[in-house]
Write a protein that binds this ligand. Structure first.
Ligand code: ADP
Ligand code: MG
Length: 346
């Protein structure tokens, strides 16, 4: 039967907003000496907002050295439908594709289009590529939205107009901590988008071109820095960040929080591999995450912690410990309580 000390720890945790899903987790949590954190929605609020929309030919951020088939001066006034793609039109196309996705970048894109009261067209043939991006058919075009890895794999080997300029822009935005994606268009033999203003070069031949790029930011949780410091004080030897986001953004956040090990651009199964590597060197490894993409890593860790306030159902079901509120100081509390309880058992 469950020792009284464990039962009383479970109820003490409950009063503090920490749900242990079983007495056995208290013992394991007391041994944790390495912790892996997801970034988005865990160390950050997960309230992703769109900050930049740039149609490639819409002026300032379009580089003339791009090899440009597109006249960069055309769309000085983004409201004029003069045969060039406007920022609003780019956002409407992106929102159409993203209306089918539940990813946080997708939600932010759809919200931004709503805020600007844009007419979002219909969409078909939607497909998501995990950790890379999405594509769908919108008004006779295939619209691809994704990161450079998407371009390298899904669009592998195909020539893409304006790719240099797009990648340069994305890299620069990422350096300032903004997650960024390219929007690439490919006419499907229909010139419908052409008439409404895409590029003056599209001829229905299936040629790919960078239509523009989008950038997003998310707020670091105000209590994240203090939590990391407390975990270190309590003797956690290794603290790492495992994220699907790109290296520049991940590095930016990690530096703000004093996390010295960052593993970016990970697919869900790669997060698992990192947990297994940590397990080789540590007594007990905890994983803290909120998303569907964290579920396999959560299941692999010795102790998994879900974020109750904003986490997805999958992450919460997988978790051994759930932080009922999003108060991050409950995490060092949970480990300290477990350690203390364990001590009274032996
Ligand atoms: P994270 O939770 O860190 O964003 P994901 O594995 O969900 O991790 O996504 C990793 C990256 O894949 C994103 O940063 C983005 O570049 C790309 N991506 C995933 N889903 C989408 C989407 N719906 N639209 C655009 N890009 C996406
Ligand atoms: Mg997440």
């Amino acid at each position: 039967s469950t020792p009284a000390a464990v039962l009383s720890a479970i109820s003490a945790g409950g009063r503090q907003g920490v749900l242990f899903k079983g007495g056995e987790h208290i013992e394991t949590a007391g041994n944790v000496d390495a912790i892996a954190f997801d970034k988005t929605g865990t160390l950050t609020e997960g309230n992703t907002r769109l900050t930049d929309v740039t149609a490639r030919e819409s002026g300032s951020s379009f580089s003339a050295t791009d090899g440009g088939s597109i006249d960069s001066g055309l769309a000085a006034d983004p409201t004029v439908e003069d045969g060039s793609l406007t920022d609003d039109r780019l956002l409407a196309l992106a929102a159409a594709v993203q209306s089918r996705s539940e990813h946080h970048l997708a939600e932010a894109t759809v919200e931004a289009a709503e805020e600007r009261s844009l007419d979002v067209p219909g969409v078909s043939d939607f497909e998501a590529v995990v950790g890379k991006g999405v594509h769908a058919t919108v008004e006779g075009w295939t619209i691809h939205i994704g990161n450079p890895r998407y371009v390298e794999t899904v669009l592998e080997g195909r020539s893409i107009d304006g790719l240099e300029a797009g990648l340069d822009a994305v890299r620069e935005l990422e350096t300032s901590g903004k997650t960024s994606v390219l929007v690439v268009g490919e006419p499907n033999g229909s010139d419908e988008l052409d008439e409404r203003g895409a590029t003056d070069e599209t001829d229905g031949s299936g040629r790919l071109s960078v239509l523009g790029w989008l950038a997003f930011t998310d707020t670091i949780r105000p209590d994240a820095l203090e939590m990391i410091e407390k975990l270190r004080e309590r003797g956690v030897e290794q603290i790492v960040m495992l994220t699907g986001d790109n290296e520049r953004v991940a590095q930016y956040i990690a530096e703000e929080l004093g996390i010295d090990e960052v593993y970016p651009e990970l697919l869900p199964e790669e997060k698992v591999e990192h947990i297994e590597m940590l397990q080789e060197r540590h007594e007990a490894v905890a994983m803290v995450g909120d998303g569907v993409n964290d579920a396999p890593a959560l299941a692999t860790a010795d102790i998994s912690v879900g974020m109750g306030g904003a986490g997805t159902d999958v992450a919460l079901e997988t978790a051994d410990i759930v932080l009922m509120s999003d108060k991050l100081d409950r995490l060092p509390y949970a480990f300290a309580l477990s350690k203390e309880t364990k001590r009274t058992l032996y």
